[in-house]
Design a protein around this ligand. Structure first.
Ligand SMILES: Cc1cc2nc3c(=O)[nH]c(=O)nc-3n(C[C@H](O)[C@H](O)[C@H](O)COP(=O)(O)OP(=O)(O)OC[C@H]3O[C@@H](n4cnc5c(N)ncnc54)[C@H](O)[C@@H]3O)c2cc1C
Length: 392
């Protein structure tokens, strides 16, 4: 057993790394990555994605006909690792577009939908957001009540979504809606694609400010929003199963581990440059995190190996999700403490050590054990599907 990438992957890694270093020129996001803090960051992320699009690097593992490179899973992992390590910015194109809706369209979409949507993802043009959660439907997503009624060639949507990350910047939304309120709850749901959400009558997006004081997510309201019936993905009332394909894709990334590695390297450098008493106090704890980070890396590689071998990661991806998110919370907490009082300064403060990334990463790592299926739900998955324990 040899845990190394092949020559081809390492050559690619050098190419990707050299591009990232020259393009980002010190604009790497730190720690967990916060998405775009300002409009300027967002515009920078858009330009970055357009540049990736020209190289076929937005979705390298997708088939060439959809704008990918037909890259192997291992090559895709190289991209994910390097992007994670260098904090490559994103608009929602790579996260929601490539990580979630794109693969779902590839599996469930008809030819027209594939032709219409996939190239606009791989060019960086379309920015997607996810309309799943509702005020009364989070972990128990199948309780969602946002209603879509068929009216001729259209669906008419009424209801509300919440926690719509990046909804204020996206132009496209994928959405789960209830099309049959009388059917058992999992069987009355459909999956709709909503185009040009900024100019869709009746669809309004209102900001929710998170505890890092950033506008990351939103509430989305639908009042008689009309969506063409051709935007149905998969069959009517089978949307739950379409939606679940998407969640399986969301849980297999390894960029987070690479991002944590970079944070540990920065903290190590800070200790090297700092006073001896500080090194004495924090060195062994830092070493512990390096061990854990390596464990996380190999857990991530396992998912890649499974996918490359044609297996579908299931509870294994839940293991990774729990491990990465909780390790991140501990690392950033440690980082803030290690930097001392100044470690609490946010990026806007010029004297903030490490660019103020540590407290933001610490705060924004808190929800990482809630989104993408909370860690309690992931533990339920491991208990039932992984360990074979009965539900009750
Ligand atoms: C930063 C962030 C970004 C997000 N972005 C999006 C987005 O873009 N689009 C979108 O649709 N949603 C998004 N979400 C919503 C996210 O998917 C939900 O927050 C998540 O599914 C949990 O749902 P909830 O918040 O309603 O909590 P609840 O489901 O109400 O859960 C509350 C608590 O109870 C626990 N719990 C619930 N059920 C069980 C159970 N069966 N067993 C054990 N414990 C249980 C949960 O783990 C949690 O601790 C985002 C959330 C966050 C925090």
């Amino acid at each position: 057993m040899e845990f190394v990438f092949g020559e081809k992957e390492e050559k690619l890694r050098a190419e990707v790394r050299s591009f990232l270093v020259s393009y980002l020129k010190g604009r790497e996001e730190g720690g967990a990555g916060l998405g775009s803090r300002t409009e300027d960051d967002f515009e920078f992320a858009k330009g970055f994605n357009t540049e990736l699009g020209k190289r076929g690097w937005i979705a390298p593992a997708w088939p060439k006909e959809y704008g990918g490179l037909g890259a192997s899973i291992y090559e895709q992992m190289v991209f994910n690792e390097e992007f994670g390590y260098y904090g490559a910015p994103d608009t929602g194109t790579r996260g929601f577009g490539v990580g979630m809706i794109g693969p779902t369209i590839i599996i469930h979409g008809n030819e027209e939908q594939k032709k219409r949507y996939l190239p606009r993802i791989t060019s960086g043009e379309d920015i997607w957001c996810q309309g799943y959660s509702e005020p009364g439907a989070g972990s128990d997503l199948a309780s969602l009540t946002t209603r879509a009624q068929r009216d001729g060639d259209e669906y008419v949507i009424n209801g509300q979504k919440i926690w719509t990350s990046g909804g204020h910047r996206a132009n496209q939304m994928f959405c789960l809606v209830r099309t049959d309120p009388d059917a058992p709850k999992h069987r009355g749901i459909s999956f709709l694609l909503i185009d040009d959400i900024k100019n869709t009558p009746g669809l309004s997006i209102r900001p929710l400010i998170n505890m890092a004081n950033r506008h990351h997510f939103n509430e989305t309201f639908f009042e008689d929003v009309r969506v063409p019936a051709r935007n149905l993905l998969g069959e009517e009332n089978r949307g739950w199963y379409v939606g679940m394909t998407l969640l399986d894709f969301e849980r297999s990334g390894i960029g987070g581990t690479a991002s944590q590695k970079r944070t540990l390297e920065k903290l190590t450098q800070t200790l090297k440059d700092g006073p001896a008493w500080k090194r004495e106090k924090y060195r062994t704890k830092l070493a512990d995190f390096v061990v854990s980070n390596n464990v996380g890396r190999f857990l991530g590689y396992r998912i890649g190996y499974m996918q490359a071998s044609g297996m579908v990661p299931n509870y294994e991806a839940s293991v990774v999700k729990i491990y990465q998110s909780e390790l991140g919370q501990r690392i950033y907490n440690f980082g803030v403490n290690m930097l001392g009082l100044a470690g609490q300064f946010v990026p806007e403060e010029p004297m903030a050590p490490l660019g103020g990334d540590m407290p933001e990463s610490y705060i924004t790592a808190v929800p990482s054990s809630i989104y993408s299926g909370s860690n309690e739900i992931q533990r339920n998955i491991i208990a039932t599907r992984g360990l074979g324990l009965p539900r009750g």
